[in-house]
Design a protein around this ligand. Structure first.
Ligand code: HEM
Ligand SMILES: *[C@@H]1O[C@H](CO)[C@@H](O)[C@H](O)[C@H]1NC(C)=O
Ligand SMILES: *[C@@H]1O[C@H](CO)[C@@H](O)[C@H](O)[C@H]1NC(C)=O
Ligand SMILES: *[C@@H]1O[C@H](CO)[C@@H](O)[C@H](O)[C@H]1NC(C)=O
Ligand SMILES: *[C@@H]1O[C@H](CO)[C@@H](O)[C@H](O)[C@H]1NC(C)=O
Ligand SMILES: *[C@@H]1O[C@H](CO)[C@@H](O)[C@H](O)[C@H]1NC(C)=O
Ligand SMILES: *[C@@H]1O[C@H](CO)[C@@H](O)[C@H](O)[C@H]1NC(C)=O
Ligand SMILES: *[C@@H]1O[C@H](CO)[C@@H](O)[C@H](O)[C@H]1NC(C)=O
Length: 350
């Protein structure tokens, strides 16, 4: 099974080469605006290179696509899509990786570094780390059977990180629908965006620590979450014993764990959402305008895919650095040295 999925993976990458040639329109770019054709003349194979490395990584790490799209989300919600989540601790950087929503949880940095290395060989000092995350998110979805789309590009990389903002703006797994809506609204995202983007939980994993309270002590009640399907409750209690290892992971989508499809939404209808923040979309009684959207996406995968693409592009547009702002980092884990900074500005006149 893994060999058949990897062969379809590499054909998806090849397909995109063809697409990229078709897309060579050479549109004029204005500062402050992203464009799908941004690298068409400076790095036409960028998407293909990203895709190839993810397809290779998937052979040994089935959840890497989920990990990569999550990095893009956690990048964009913290002062915009500027690659800040990738910066390690240093004299000037207090890494966002150590913020509560990220620590012992975000992953995929090795694959991002592999992508960056390949891109620096193919087109030096050209493709930003922020754009790598945006492209990787799209390729990950499409390799898992989800939609493809033309990714808006031209983001530049931050020279700063903000751990406090990472602790403030990223939603937690026990968030209520009300809180989720508030937090997405702060980013300019509405309820349809919230529901569509939550659909990314159609693949990837979560640790016991993120849902264990639902199994034994929901909302400090001493009992399980009453909205959790009792069959699924027993399964999860087996995976996550009360005093067991809370870093054990399980599938966010119990039905089709590694496929990007609409099963996440049908799971919610039978009370089989893994996180409280998932089930809230369907099960909160009061003024729940999300439930109609969940029902629509369950009945209509095409509608889910179309909404997901629109919402991903919206999320990818959150406060990017463009023009000559920021830099093109040469190593995604650290800010450029002063001596190499001019390389990062090489193509800024575009
Ligand atoms: C709506 C609010 C959201 C909350 C509260 C939330 C929370 C979480 C949590 C707690 C995990 C498990 C982390 C761990 O145990 O290490 C997780 C995983 C994941 N999240 Fe979300 N998330 C949200 C929205 C999103 C969005 C918008 C996306 C992408 C568009 C996304 C994509 C993912 C993916 C793919 C995983 C699995 C990652 C992996 O396997 O490495 N999530 N999320
Ligand atoms: C990407 O853009 C090109 C050119 O505008 C278009 O022909 C193609 O259909 C688009 N692809 C997708 C998946 O939207
Ligand atoms: C970090 O983000 C917080 C929350 O948005 C903000 O109050 C603070 O000014 C930011 N710090 C820096 C150095 O940008
Ligand atoms: C959690 O408990 C508090 C106080 O007991 C209650 O007001 C609140 O509605 C409960 N929340 C949920 C999601 O059950
Ligand atoms: C619990 O899940 C099973 C399938 O996994 C489903 O048949 C059943 O209807 C669900 N129960 C509720 C209350 O939704
Ligand atoms: C889902 O919503 C879309 C957009 O509103 C609509 O075009 C489509 O017909 C709906 N699908 C179903 C099955 O209700
Ligand atoms: C940054 O940290 C990651 C691990 O989180 C490591 O793989 C990478 O090599 C580091 N990069 C730099 C430039 O130190
Ligand atoms: C290099 O950067 C540091 C701190 O950002 C600054 O203090 C120093 O003056 C810079 N050196 C050069 C040669 O630009």
């Amino acid at each position: 099974m893994s060999s058949s999925s990897s062969s379809s993976s590499s054909s998806s990458c090849t397909l995109l080469i063809g697409l990229l040639f078709v897309v060579l329109l050479g549109g004029s770019l204005s500062h402050g605006q992203l464009s799908p054709t941004f690298y068409d003349s400076t790095c036409p194979k960028a998407s293909n290179i990203v895709c190839g490395i993810i397809a290779e990584a998937l052979k040994t790490d089935a959840r890497i696509g989920g990990s990569l799209i999550r990095l893009h989300f956690h990048d964009c919600f913290v002062n915009g899509c500027d690659g800040s989540i990738l910066l390690n601790n240093s004299a000037t950087i207090e890494s966002e990786k150590e913020a509560l929503p990220n620590i012992i949880s975000v992953r995929g940095f090795g694959v991002v570094d592999d992508i960056k290395t390949a891109l620096e060989t193919a087109c030096p000092a050209t493709v930003s780390c922020a754009d790598i995350l945006a492209i990787a998110a799209e390729e990950s979805v499409s390799l898992a059977g989800g939609p493809s789309w033309n990714v808006s590009l031209g983001r530049r990389d931050s020279t700063t990180a903000n751990r406090t903002a990472a602790d403030t703006f990223l939603p937690g797994p026990t968030a209520s629908l009300y809180t989720l809506k508030e937090m997405f609204s702060t980013m300019g995202l509405d309820t349809t965006d919230l529901v569509a983007l939550s659909g990314a939980h159609t693949f990837g994993r979560a640790q016991c620590s993120t849902f264990i309270d639902r199994l034994y002590d929901f909302n400090s009640s001493g009992n399980p979450d009453p909205t959790l399907n009792t069959t699924y409750l027993s399964t999860l209690q087996g995976i996550c014993p009360q005093d067991g290892d809370r870093t054990v992971v399980t599938n966010l989508d119990l039905t089709t764990p590694d496929v990007f499809d609409n099963k996440y939404f049908s799971n919610l209808q039978v009370l089989e959402g893994l996180l409280q923040s998932d089930q809230e979309l369907f099960s909160t009684a009061d003024e729940n305008d999300a439930v109609a959207i969940v029902n629509n996406f369950t009945a209509d995968q095409t509608a889910f895919f179309a909404s997901f693409v629109v919402s991903m592009i919206k999320m990818g547009n959150i406060s990017p650095l463009t023009g000559t702002a920021g830099e093109i980092r040469l190593n995604c884990g650290k800010v450029n040295d002063n001596s190499t900074e001019s390389d990062g500005l090489l193509y800024s006149s575009m």
